[in-house]
Write a protein that binds this ligand. Sequence first.
Ligand SMILES: [Zn+2]
Length: 266
Amino acid sequence: MSISISRFNITLASGYKSLSQQIRVLSEDWVAREGYCPSCGRPLTRAQRNRPVLDFSCLHCLEDFELKSKKDRMATKLVDGAYRTMLERLNSDSNPSLFLLNYQPLTLEVMNFVVIPKHFFIDDMIERRRPLSAGARRAGWTGCNILLNRVPQAGRIFIVRDNMATPHQEVLGAWKQTLFLRGESLQMKGWILSILKCIDSIQKPEFRLDEMYAFENDLKQEYPNNRHIKDKIRQQMQYLRNYGYLEFLGRGKYRKISREMANTVI
Ligand SMILES: [Zn+2]
């Protein structure tokens, strides 16, 4: 059963002049009160101020989180810091997972609060921006965008959706369901994430192998050096079954295992 969640505590914003600072303070306070670790369900601890991309940690399971807030609706693209730093982060164990909060600017209600686990971050999601022009104060500096629309549904775990809290068990189940990605190389992850996006496009909990084969040409464009796309599709489906993400129903039929189920069986 979903429950309604609380608003920002606006009394905290009075000491801050800039709107972005106010939102920063309000959203951090909200996450500290209402948020929890999506890995173990325990309360979060705020990070020290001097840690640039770290806002919250779980002292129990040592997961780290960065928080980004936006008004109105979830963005498809998120402006981030330096491109080079981001690519280094992707390959490092200390890269935090990303909390995305989106709020209604008039009522200051939290509409959506999503976590993208760090194991979903691959090069493909990071877009290089144009370097700053010669006249700019930091001429030549190159920033990046995070392309959120490249993240499959399995990597967008809603803790709050449309102002309603998702049951804890479902959040924890969704987190556990894709943890196997952490053990994979960036290249292997790329394939698994591509296959997850194909499964998303089918938009059904049950589907057939030939529906997956329909993505052969799209995948060929993404992976032009691979001559055995159909074999690769079957191999990835096998992986997803072994890791408890899919069930094989026989005769080329598959079923996605629900997030609630994932929490109880893994
Ligand atoms: Zn935890």
